[in-house]
Design a protein around this ligand. Structure first.
Ligand SMILES: CC(=O)SCCNC(=O)CCNC(=O)[C@H](O)C(C)(C)COP(=O)(O)OP(=O)(O)OC[C@H]1O[C@@H](n2cnc3c(N)ncnc32)[C@H](O)[C@@H]1OP(=O)(O)O
Length: 511
């Protein structure tokens, strides 16, 4: 076999459940995952000093506008490299997006195949669990010694924000507000009643909780029934209609995961046991029409379809050959759309997650898919010769990265297709015109109702004006309007849109 074949040799995960006052710093979390990945490959932790490539998944807290409330290094790859005694010639820090782990594995694999990298560490972490508690309880961060001021890291990935200022002003910038727009559109497209659709969401995610309950690294190791997931209760409030809290990715966790990727030559020189090797057979990366209002509709993802198709094609296998699947699962609609685009039934007997998914396993911001890859590697080692599919999603069903893995060595050389090829097909798709200041009669294309801890907050409507142009608006915030939007299907309802009194936003009033 070609000695430049990229191969994943070790994976490490870590979940911190201790006292927030002594929680590990971001660099410490990364280092633990890296050391566990080395151990998994049968290597001493000191061997990490030999990496020539380091790719760190962007911290959620470094999202644009995140500020620096939580002290941490201004250059996470450089700080981690120092801690593990490495001097990588290629060190990068990714932009925001849950697609990043799979995308980084795809990119470093291509570098390995081209002879640019011999041994790479790809690693990320989430630390909002303890960080938020430290901030709210005034515990400080004095024991975190990684808040270094260093030159900015080299960034990798697509730097564009997930929403336009127009969309952000109306609340689309938060995933808990934006994903429900897709869910409600999907329900309306299928003509399903609200109660039937809620039941479907519960049935979709109950098996995820079962997998999480068996996963030692899962944040919530609790199996829940379909009904419990969707029933509004004191412990399970509505967040963004139709999603109760249990259907949302959990935000506040402390977790890290990383993988070591090597050329086959280096893996052999390091003495990595053959039964540890997991090959990346296929991969693809693409973005959908970027901003939510530019999408063709709110119930599809051409990027998921085309990256899935391409990754399978590159691997030379079909969906029927795949034994293990992990679809990105920040919210149910990511799984529903992902399954539909790939041609999978929601009750596929193979299951749609190997980890338990973002609402139960955790890893909410950008690093979840690293956990999928880590668990997938072990699944494939335990089921030798089988294939595994991992999908990873960033922003609002925006950026997609896909990987197909197996312990079976690939037949041909690793040849990643230029992502621009799929991207050109997606960018050429027709889509509606967007209008920023609509006026007059309009129709709801999709919507959500946003709840805070104390109850109703606001409605968000994506609508079409009388000329078919798409806009976003908020609704009046009175309970009757908001409860009405939840009581019966509001997609297709008519109303009137105008500018708010202060001129800052659009307001849609249903008829
Ligand atoms: C591409 C992408 O990946 S997009 C996804 C990116 N990720 C996100 O956007 C994360 C979205 N999630 C969130 O913002 C938050 O987790 C929310 C809003 C859903 C809930 O958070 P909060 O407002 O803090 O919830 P609330 O105050 O009502 O309840 C907190 C309690 O619920 C628990 N909880 C929060 N989410 C869940 C969940 N999914 N399952 C079970 N329990 C949960 C918390 O651990 C906490 O428990 P405690 O009281 O025992 O400490």
């Amino acid at each position: 076999m070609d000695e430049r074949t990229p191969v994943l040799i070790g994976a490490g995960q870590f979940t911190y459940r201790g006292d927030p006052a002594s929680s590990p710093s971001p660099t410490a979390l990364l280092k633990i995952a890296a050391e566990r990945a080395a151990q998994d490959a049968g290597l001493a932790p000191e061997k990490l000093s030999e990496i020539d490539t380091l790719a760190v998944v962007g911290f959620t807290i470094d999202a644009p506008g995140g500020g620096r409330l939580v002290p941490h290094s201004t250059n996470p790859p450089a700080t981690l490299a120092k801690r593990i005694g490495a001097d990588p010639k290629y060190a990068v820090y990714s932009h925001m997006g849950g697609n990043s782990p799979q995308q980084l594995v795809n990119i470093v694999s291509e570098r390995i195949a081209k002879g640019e990298t011999e041994l790479a560490l790809v690693v990320g972490c989430e630390f909002l669990g303890s960080a938020t508690k430290r901030l709210t309880k005034g515990l400080g961060f004095a024991d975190w010694d990684d808040a270094e001021e260093l030159p900015e890291p080299e960034r990798i990935g697509d730097p564009r924000p997930g929403v336009t200022p127009y969309e952000a002003k109306h609340g689309l910038g938060r995933p808990i507000n934006c994903y429900p727009l897709f869910e409600n559109a999907l329900r309306a497209r299928d003509g399903r009643s609200i109660p039937d659709h809620q039941a479907r969401l519960g049935e979709l995610f109950a098996p995820f909780t079962k997998v999480a309950a068996q996963n030692p690294e899962a944040w919530f190791r609790i199996e829940r029934s379909a009904q419990e997931l969707v029933e509004v209760s004191d412990r399970n409030r509505m967040v963004g209609f139709p999603y109760t809290k249990y259907l949302n990715a959990i935000m506040d966790v402390d977790q890290s995961a990383g993988v070591l990727v090597a050329s086959l030559k280096t893996a052999r020189e390091l003495g990595v046991p053959e039964d540890k090797l997991v090959y990346l057979h296929g991969c693809a990366d693409a973005s959908d029409l970027w901003y939510p209002l530019d999408r063709q509709n709110f119930h599809s993802s051409p990027a998921m379809r085309l990256t899935g198709k391409r990754a399978l094609e590159m691997a030379g296998v079909s969906l029927a050959d795949i034994g293990h699947i992990d679809l990105y699962s920040c919210f149910p609609v990511a799984v529903e759309v992902g399954a539909e685009e790939l041609g999978l039934a929601l009750d596929d007997p193979r299951g749609l997650t190997v980890t338990g998914g973002l609402p139960y396993m955790g890893g909410p911001g950008n690093n979840y898919a690293m956990h999928s890859i880590a668990v997938m590697m072990q699944r494939l080692r335990d089921d030798r010769g089988s294939y595994g599919l991992v999908t990873a999603n960033g922003w609002f069903l925006t950026k997609q990265s896909t990987g197909v893995y197996s312990t079976t060595p690939p037949k041909g050389p690793f040849d990643r297709q230029d992502p621009k090829i799929i991207q050109a097909q997606i960018d050429a798709l027709p889509h509606p015109t967007v209008i920023e200041e609509p006026k007059g009669a309009a129709t709801i294309e999709t919507y959500t109702v946003v709840h805070g801890r104390e109850g109703y907050m606001m409605g968000i409507v994506v609508g079409r004006d009388s000329e078919g142009r798409r806009f976003v608006a908020n609704t009046p915030t009175d309970e009757a309007t908001l409860a009405g939007l939840e009581a019966k299907e509001a997609v297709g309802r008519t109303g009137t849109v105008s500018r708010s009194e202060d001129g800052s936003r659009n307001i849609f009033v249903p008829d």
